[in-house]
Design a protein around this ligand. Structure first.
Ligand SMILES: NC(=O)c1ccc[n+]([C@@H]2O[C@H](COP(=O)([O-])OP(=O)(O)OC[C@H]3O[C@@H](n4cnc5c(N)ncnc54)[C@H](O)[C@@H]3O)[C@@H](O)[C@H]2O)c1
Length: 353
């Protein structure tokens, strides 16, 4: 299948690697900065022959006009995801979008509507669902080993300093990114929503910027989420940890089972107990960084989804749910009140003073 990548920055190397491992033929790349393309090819270890076979574009519309494609993946700044993905889908091409899927509810709704209308396969990169630890939790959940769930918690305690935010002007802005909940914690929130199931009926949250006065978004946030099925969950996220990333934990507690995932990106099983005796093995999946290994499995699933004409493992609706949960925390903090429904036009830009 013919594949093109739009946005050739930090995470892009995971896309190239995952696409190659799953048999996609890289035919084109697009970045507004040509140096980023060279740098990506270096990091991905492409040979001269491989580089020569890839056409380079500075504008994604020219790429879409010039190529016949089966898949485009988008790894641009977050504020561009929705607009570029809409163009890709309007061109009739399947699309895999980096997280967050969009920065407003209305944009996420437009993506879902367009994918349906154009009949394309579309999904979002919440690759941590493929962590071995997360798959183990999911297996126990689907087997009914937890019994009735009562509560869950996700904590993301990472470290991002001035050097990180100064790498690119879009980072930490309301127009292009959001703060640590939208950027760093969204994977954990996605896992929490996926495990707890059902709709959110109420979100109470608080965000602050304590240590990063040079960005617009929050560097710490905490929230309580109540689900329609009665489950209560908490979210705590920060990039204020001095030194290195400390941890990303996910704990799920049910009547007959409990599991705690840990490591720096929910990549270990730290504890499990199930009354039926089927405890999960303690495990530690080695990862090069907090992006984990999941992009390879995500692209594998996406290739199968295209071939089989089925939904991918992580859908646009999943991406919209994670986005909506975080926007609800933002709105709750802004209005000083619990959020039971978000206005369709709410987005990160609604947080701009
Ligand atoms: N799934 C994950 O674990 C994960 C990890 C890191 C980043 N991300 C997401 O991936 C996206 C990119 O993050 P990053 O850290 O790689 O950022 P980055 O700034 O390193 O890379 C973004 C690239 O997009 C290019 N770009 C900007 N405007 C463009 C346009 N109009 N057309 C084409 N290219 C354009 C930039 O020149 C840059 O090379 C973000 O949305 C981020 O949230 C996801």
């Amino acid at each position: 299948m013919k594949y093109a990548l739009i946005g050739c920055g930090r995470v892009a190397v995971n896309h190239l690697h995952a696409a190659k491992k799953n048999g996609f033929e890289l035919v084109a790349v697009c970045d507004v900065d040509p140096l980023q393309i060279d740098d990506l090819f270096d990091r991905a270890g492409l040979s001269d022959a491989e580089r020569g076979a890839v056409r380079r574009y500075a504008d994604h519309r020219s790429l879409l006009a010039g190529e016949t494609l089966d898949l485009v993946s988008i790894a641009t700044p977050s504020g561009l995801h929705a607009a570029i993905a809409l163009d890709v889908m309007e061109a009739g091409v399947n699309v895999l979008i980096e997280k967050p899927v969009a920065l407003s509810i209305s944009d996420a709704s437009k993506l879902i509507e367009t994918a349906k209308r154009k009949g394309v396969t579309a999904g979002v990169c919440h690759q941590n669902r493929f962590n071995l630890s997360v798959q183990e939790m999911r297996r126990h959940l689907e087997a009914g080993d937890f019994g009735r769930l009562s509560n869950a918690a996700v904590t993301v305690r990472w470290s991002r300093g001035r050097d990180y935010y100064e790498q690119a002007a879009w980072r930490g802005t309301w127009a292009e990114d959001g703060g640590c909940l939208m950027n760093q914690c969204i994977h954990g929130v996605d896992l929490l929503l996926w495990m707890c199931g059902g709709d959110l009926v109420s979100v109470s949250g608080r965000i602050r910027n304590v240590q990063h006065p040079y960005i617009e978004g929050e560097d710490v946030g905490a929230a309580t989420l109540t689900f329609a099925n009665g489950v209560i969950a908490t979210v705590e996220g920060t990039v204020n940890v001095p030194g290195d990333n400390l941890e990303e934990h996910l704990t799920l507690i049910g009547e007959t089972g409990v599991m705690k995932l840990g490591g720096t990106s929910a990549n270990t099983v730290d504890y499990s107990y199930f009354e039926n005796g089927g405890s999960a093995p303690l495990l530690r999946e080695e990862t090069a960084n907090v992006y984990g290994n999941g992009h390879v499995s995500l692209f594998r699933d996406f290739a199968e989804a295209i071939r089989q004409g089925r939904d991918p493992y992580v859908t646009l609706e999943d991406g919209k749910n994670a986005l909506a949960a975080i926007l609800s925390i933002y709105r709750s903090s802004q209005t000083n009140a619990p959020v039971t429904a978000l206005p369709e036009d709410f987005g990160t830009m609604s947080m701009k003073p």
